[in-house]
Design a protein around this ligand. Structure first.
Ligand code: DGI
Ligand code: FE
Ligand code: FE
Length: 191
């Protein structure tokens, strides 16, 4: 009998392309390591890490159609950038297709892209693990953020959001107000 994490990983291997699957396993183990460092449930971190991008392979028009079908509200920024919806839709799949009922795991999936003010420890762990897992392509400040992630996770969150906002601004993409709100929440909290 395969463990719950093995079963989920097997299903995801069929669902995702090879690169996304490698990223998924990277987030699983990085989230587990962060849970060990900060005192969260390792198993919950693995499950949330595994499932965080489970809706990533759904084409953008289908993301919108499925959210409408399941009654998931779509904000303007999500209609313009349907890629953002993989987080909300991922939460729905985790609950209804993978049978996850732990609200903290579901929240960690839902908020992994933008973060949100006042995240739980597990939500922070998945948000950070997504950014620092070993197969991520080298990003600015990545070494420092990897170090901070284990030492002071709120500071890692601030640096990730600062770099993400800068990248989005430079590439002319619309910024989700939640990404900005999260950034300001953690900056105010730290200073
Ligand atoms: O799904 P992943 O690629 O592993 O990572 P993710 O869920 O953090 O999604 C990353 C993408 O999300 C990246 O292309 C930047 C984008 N993103 C994050 N915040 C915002 C955003 N895109 C827009 N348009 N606005 C945001 O505020
Ligand atoms: Fe994602
Ligand atoms: Fe991801």
């Amino acid at each position: 009998m395969a463990s719950e994490t093995k079963k989920i990983a097997k299903a995801l291997e069929k669902e995702l392309d090879a690169k996304r699957y490698e990223h998924t396993i990277g987030v699983e183990y990085t989230a587990a390591a962060l849970a060990m460092a900060h005192g969260a449930s390792v198993k919950d971190a693995q499950i949330a890490g595994l499932l965080h991008d489970c809706a990533k392979a759904v084409p953008d028009d289908k993301k919108i159609a499925l959210c409408e079908k399941y009654g998931i509200p779509i904000r303007d920024v999500e209609r313009t950038n349907p890629g953002l919806l993989h987080a909300k839709l991922g939460r729905y799949f985790a609950e209804h297709e993978y049978g996850i009922d732990n609200p903290d795991i579901l929240g960690a999936i839902e908020w992994h892209t933008t973060g949100k003010p006042n995240m739980s420890l597990l939500e922070k762990i998945v948000f950070v693990a997504d950014y620092i897992e070993p197969s991520r392509k080298p990003l600015i400040n990545l070494e420092e953020i990897r170090h901070l992630a284990f030492k002071d996770i709120d500071k890692a969150i601030i640096q990730i959001l600062e770099d993400t906002l800068l990248y989005l601004g430079q590439s002319g993409r619309s910024i989700d107000s939640l990404t900005e709100q999260t950034y300001h929440f953690y900056c105010d909290k730290n200073y």
